[in-house]
Ligand binder design. Structure first.
Ligand code: 13P
Length: 339
């Protein structure tokens, strides 16, 4: 275990004005995204799409690392460079999603538990050899009638903690992602309460598994109103609730907190991050978005080589806006100015 390497990796991941691109959609999720723009989800199209993102001129100014799917770490650019190598050469740290997805939890209807611990230590060694320096494991927490249950929170937190220990033994920085879904009709207040239970449980399990908190990055969701709730909490309220729950539950020893976008609009994801950074926090707060960074680029791309430049411009713009938000320097006016 190389603590110095992990400290350097973690610091670089959350360097000022930089954040992560989550490009680790499984083939299934990728198909859903590609279907929305009528692009066939072939291995080559997934490769070409990721190449478009990773080769965006100037993107390393805003993006410190990319979370890859296993398939992508084994693919190459058109010029024959391994994606991992290509990113590293361009000053971007390659990371890897290692969980095997959220599956229905036995005896707990409506709840999920994330799988993927089997042989994870061996796989982690291989990922390190392939250049990955951080990893991601996502747990899914659903809010509903009587859920989340204690059983679901415990099982997911335990798996996250065991994954964390395995990462650290391989000198790979773990991103722990307990995503509280925004699906449902709940209020932002209810979301905050579930976040509090989820994060308390997670940090209790991490302590139990003896991991070093100095080498863990939290990937958090935000305390937004449920998608089905007619009354949506405003930017300031979401930022206040999210920051309050983080301060209550997340140790100051963590090198940083990154956020997922979770189905928020692009601009909301940026505005919430900006508002939290204006309030100030004990950790660097930045982005690790998939949809809120990629949606506009995917729409511009549509699988056509001729659209690559336009798609890259759209991606560059969202990355720039989120870089400003990571510094508390974004405003709606910047959107128009830079577009
Ligand atoms: P979204 O930003 O689209 O929520 O994705 C982030 C992510 O990595 C989910 O696991």
């Amino acid at each position: 275990m190389d603590a110095r390497l992990m400290a350097d990796t973690a610091r670089a991941m959350v360097a000022p004005g930089k954040g992560l691109l989550a490009a680790d959609e499984s083939a299934g999720t990728c198909k859903k995204r590609f279907d929305s723009v009528s692009v066939e989800c072939t291995e080559e199209n997934r490769r070409a799409y990721r190449e478009m993102l990773f080769t965006t001129p100037g993107i390393a100014q805003y993006v410190s690392g990319v979370i890859l799917f296993d398939e992508t770490l084994r693919q190459k650019t058109r010029d024959g460079a391994d994606f991992g190598e290509y990113l590293k050469k361009n000053g971007i740290i390659p990371g890897i999603k290692v969980d095997a997805g959220a599956h229905d939890m036995a005896l707990h209807p409506g709840e999920k538990v994330t799988e993927g611990l089997d042989r994870l230590a061996e796989r982690m060694q291989e990922y390190f050899r392939m250049g990955a320096r951080f990893a991601k494991w996502r747990a899914v927490i659903t809010i509903g009638q009587g859920i989340p249950t204690r059983a679901c929170l415990d099982a997911n937190a335990h798996a996250l903690a065991r994954y964390t220990a395995i990462c650290q033994e391989a000198s790979i920085v773990p991103i722990v992602e307990p995503e509280v879904l925004l699906d449902g009709e709940h209020t932002a207040e209810a979301s905050e309460a579930v976040h509090e239970r989820t994060l308390e449980t997670l940090f209790h399990e991490l302590a139990t598994q003896d991991v070093s908190l100095e080498h863990v990055i939290l990937k958090a969701s935000m305390c937004v109103s449920g998608k089905g709730n007619a009354k949506q909490a405003g930017v300031q309220e979401v930022a206040e609730r999210t920051l309050r729950v983080l301060k209550r539950t997340v140790p100051a020893a963590l090198p940083g907190v990154v956020f997922l976008s979770g189905g928020q609009t692009d601009e909301n994801a940026t505005a919430h991050l900006d508002a939290m950074n204006r309030m100030g926090a004990p950790w660097p707060l930045t982005f690790s978005y998939s949809r809120a960074l990629q949606a506009v680029a995917l729409k511009a791309w549509r699988g056509e080589a001729g659209n690559v430049a336009a798609a890259q411009k759209a991606f560059h713009h969202r990355a720039h806006m989120n870089s400003l938000a990571a510094q508390g320097k974004w405003s709606a006016g910047e959107e128009k100015k830079a577009a």
